[in-house]
Design a protein around this ligand. Structure first.
Ligand SMILES: [Zn+2]
Ligand SMILES: [Zn+2]
Length: 413
């Protein structure tokens, strides 16, 4: 038995927002009561005093890269999920761009088994849409689903053609699985390292226009309408993409989207030549960020997802054009999201929704704190001040201190 006492329960599913005591037996919640109602009993082996803290459903990260199998120099399931747990996540969804690609049941199964023995969070793999994510033939989607895959994506690349996407969506619709796409027109993205605009002109770094993303979003929404499949936009970064999602939702289509902390925090003008600010999709304009903040507040955005993309530190110590895309995110996502709460861009309840009920809905799951539910909880403080130190990160990747230190230095997170 475990009692979590006095924490402010914020549960978007029930609307609860008040101090509660929560009693847990084994892996289940057995009581959710007003403070003091659960008497101190001898059989409560452990007690956590959560007074002054927020108790929420466990956070889900819909989008990350754990690099195992094949990329263990950058991250492993053990180190990645340790970082995720430190960041407040209890479930993470790793993308399939491992080596080998997670495009069949045996790779899915090996990830699930590795996570059960070495992981610090639940791991819900995302299977590849096409074999090898090469965009040619369908991957073994049904078999991967049986082995534990919760969605499909060829993240890193867009699903190559509209014809293949239609096949994937037809198939996933019958399986009840969402299709997640890294929306991009590859011909516009080729050779570019940041967003095209005044900042790319000033720095001389080759840019890709926002249309690189919006062309993909438009294609995919049309295909979702044609097939009736659930479709989720990965790491949405552009204002115009968000507008398309908003229209699709108004039409009643099963379309959803996620936004990353780096896209709602940083903009293209801040890229400089810092390879730790090189990600794909690239950081957008000031106006894009403002639109994302509005979408986070008004419900157009369904989830905050990290796109935690670890790289061996040395690979980022090169010229901007040659550095790989991606930044870590597990340990800083909650702090950056709390900045939005402190600056009154979103409410605390909305923030919790974006980490819990929102991503669960994308996967066709529920997330709530109630009797009989799994004891899957995230406890955090809104007032604790801390500084992100890359050297202390649990991840194998080492983002430069500067990227997040600047952002978090004054945050009470
Ligand atoms: Zn991507
Ligand atoms: Zn990704």
């Amino acid at each position: 038995m475990l009692v979590i006492r006095g924490g402010r329960l914020v549960d978007p599913a029930s609307g609860a927002d008040a101090p509660h005591d929560i009693l847990i037996e084994g892996e289940r919640i057995v009581a959710v009561e007003r403070p003091g109602a659960i008497a101190a009993r001898g059989d409560a082996e452990h007690e956590i005093d959560a007074t002054g803290m927020i108790v929420a459903p466990g956070f889900i990260d819909l989008h990350c890269h754990l690099r195992e199998p094949g990329g263990e120099n950058s991250e492993t399931i053990e180190t990645g999920t340790r970082a995720a747990a430190r960041g407040g996540f209890t479930a993470v969804c790793p993308m399939p761009n491992t080596r080998p690609v997670n495009d069949n049941a045996s790779v899915t199964r090996s990830i699930v088994e590795r996570a059960q023995s070495a992981g610090h969070t639940r791991v819900w793999p995302i299977g590849a849409a096409s074999l090898g994510s090469k965009g040619e033939a369908l991957a073994e989607i049904a078999a991967m689903q049986k082995a534990g895959a919760v969605a499909v994506s060829d993240d890193g690349h867009p699903i190559a053609t509209a014809k293949l996407l239609r096949q994937v969506m037809d198939y996933c619709r019958s399986l009840g699985m969402p299709v997640i796409d890294h929306c991009e027109d590859s011909s516009l993205a080729a050779g570019a390292s940041m967003r095209e605009g005044p900042a790319s002109i000033r720095t001389g770094i080759r840019g890709m226009p926002a249309a690189t993303e919006t062309i993909g979003v438009g294609r995919d929404i049309q295909m979702a309408e044609l097939t009736g499949c659930r479709f989720h936009v990965a790491h949405l970064s552009a204002h115009a993409s968000l507008e398309m999602v908003r229209v699709a939702k108004h039409k009643g289509l099963a379309v959803s989207c996620e936004v990353t902390p780096h896209h709602f925090t940083m903009i293209d003008e801040e890229v400089g030549y810092d390879t730790h600010r090189k990600m794909n999709p690239p950081l957008g304009s000031r106006e894009d960020r403002e639109a994302l903040l509005e979408g986070l507040a008004d419900g157009t955005v369904d989830a905050i997802a990290t796109d935690h993309a670890p790289h061996e530190p040395a690979t980022k110590e090169v010229e901007f054009d040659r550095a790989p895309f991606g930044v870590t995110g597990f340990e800083t996502a909650l702090g950056l999201a709390l900045e939005l709460v402190h600056t009154k861009r979103i409410s605390l309840r909305r923030m919790v929704e974006l980490f819990t009920v929102g991503p669960a809905r994308v996967l066709g799951m529920q997330r709530r704190v109630a009797v009989g539910e799994p004891a899957d909880l995230t406890i955090f403080s809104t007032e604790h001040r801390w500084t992100f130190r890359a050297a202390e990160s649990a991840s194998k990747s080492r983002p430069s201190n500067g990227v997040f230190r600047d952002l978090l230095a004054d945050s009470a997170a």
